[in-house]
Design a protein around this ligand. Structure first.
Ligand code: AMP
Length: 430
């Protein structure tokens, strides 16, 4: 089915062609008619399924048929990077329209954002904290609001935005339509939907905990004290054009980035200790390919869309299994392929078993024949994290080093060895 069949404004259809979208993704094919019909919507969709355009296209279509010069659509999303990304997609899709956009995120001056509001931006993308600041301190008004979109609603809850969100919604006037997008539906979101949506249509695309198709996953068992050394070994010995590495803490992201940079790699770091200009530079450099590696905390786990990421490597094992699914969703975007590796220390095994249960598969364990698993770890830079439910004792790196022979080799897993596979990737044409 072509985009034209969805009865979108011709200027939007033209933009989809120019952005290389050949036909609507399943979430787009299902959500766009519902939104155009004016219904409220709850959509649950896997990462990387094209959900940004699924709400932007019909909303822009509606805006084209409404009087201009006043804010009629408001998108709220949890992080500045996601807000920026939605704004970028909007720039592309609205390219042939006269519609104006505004971006309200923290870390940037309020003044220029107020100007965008005053100049009559029809569509605003905002993070909750900054939006509230504007609502409290300036004249921002949404009395002509037509559509409210809550993107990554579950993530906003995780990040503790529920009180802000309730305050924002209480200040918004009645609107015609509310759209809620979420990767998961925890009870707190279900309650929120009851409060703010009217007879919503429900769309679910993909099993909610299923990793995106096209991701080859593998686990690398290794002592906690050797994780950094193993990562550096992988970087040196494998073809990894664009790598996103996750660590648990901001300080470990920082020290790891320093270590990788000392090996001669172009590295960016992304975590909450950086200023917004630093975060922007990191994202832009990683997106453009100037940085081959980005080391990030979970701040980058959701929604980030950099289509050339070939590898996602988790140095820690998330204690919340969904976080793992979101992390690995940063690769294999839009039908491409990618590898997701996770480094598993003996003390991580419990959390890792939960992840395997959650995704319904056992990952192949890889041990590298040319890596010395018995070497001494580097001087300790960073305390390994204590996971929920772990004792201090469990937290210590195991003294008993594992030899390669203790783990099933990739051949036995039946899934092949992702570390040996060539990295020719299928990319959507653009
Ligand atoms: P999202 O889930 O919105 O982050 O989108 C994931 C990726 O899919 C982005 O790189 C989009 O540019 C891309 N994309 C969105 N819609 C389509 C489409 N209909 N055809 C091909 N790629 C798409």
């Amino acid at each position: 089915m072509p985009f034209k069949a969805l009865h979108l404004h011709p200027s939007l259809v033209q933009a989809t062609h120019e952005m290389g979208y050949k036909s609507p993704t399943p979430i787009q094919a299902q959500a766009i008619p519902v939104i155009l019909a004016g219904r409220d919507l709850i959509a649950t969709a896997q990462t990387g399924t094209g959900k940004t355009a699924a709400f932007l296209l019909p909303v822009l279509h509606q805006l084209l048929h409404l009087p201009r010069g006043v804010t009629r659509a408001l998108v709220i999303t949890p992080t500045r990077e996601l807000a920026q990304q939605i704004d970028d997609v909007c720039l592309g899709l609205a390219y042939h329209t006269p519609l104006k956009r505004g971006l309200l995120v923290g870390g940037a001056p309020m003044g220029s954002q107020e100007k965008a509001l005053r100049s009559g931006a029809e569509l605003i993308v905002a993070t909750p904290g900054r939006l509230l600041d504007h609502m409290r301190h300036s004249q921002v008004r949404f009395d002509q609001l037509h559509t409210l979109i809550l993107d990554e609603a579950d993530r906003m809850m995780d990040m503790g935005f529920l009180p802000d969100l309730k305050r924002i919604i209480a200040r918004l006037p009645a609107r015609k339509q509310t759209l809620l997008f979420s990767a998961t539906m925890p009870p707190v979101i279900v309650r929120l939907t009851k409060d703010i949506l009217r007879d919503p249509a429900m769309i679910q695309v993909g099993h909610r905990s299923a990793p995106a198709v096209g991701i080859t996953q593998a686990a690398y068992p290794v002592a906690e004290s050797l994780k950094t050394t193993l990562l550096r070994h992988l970087l040196r010995h494998m073809d990894m054009p664009s790598v996103l590495v996750f660590t648990r803490t901001k300080s470990s992201a920082k020290s790891l980035a320093r270590a990788i940079s000392a090996d001669g790699f172009a590295v960016a770091e992304l975590h909450g200790n950086l200023t917004q200009p630093q975060r922007n530079r990191a994202m832009e450099g990683f997106r453009s390919g100037a940085f081959q590696v980005m080391v990030a905390t979970n701040i980058a786990a959701r929604g980030l869309d950099v289509d050339h990421i070939t590898h996602v490597i988790s140095l820690d094992v998330p204690t919340v299994p969904d976080d793992y699914v979101h992390r690995i969703g940063r690769t294999a975007r839009a039908e491409a392929e990618g590898d997701a590796f996770i480094l598993v220390a003996p003390s991580d095994e419990k959390s890792f078993a939960q992840i395997e249960r959650h995704i319904g598969q056992r990952l192949p364990r890889i041990t590298l024949p040319d890596f010395d698993y018995n070497q001494r770890g580097p001087e300790k830079r960073d305390k390994p994290g204590r996971h929920r439910g772990q004792t201090k004792q469990q937290q210590q790196p195991s003294q008993k080093k594992r030899g390669p022979q203790q783990h099933s080799g990739p051949g036995r897993s039946g899934n092949g060895d992702p570390s040996r596979k060539s990295h020719s990737r299928r990319r959507p044409e653009r």
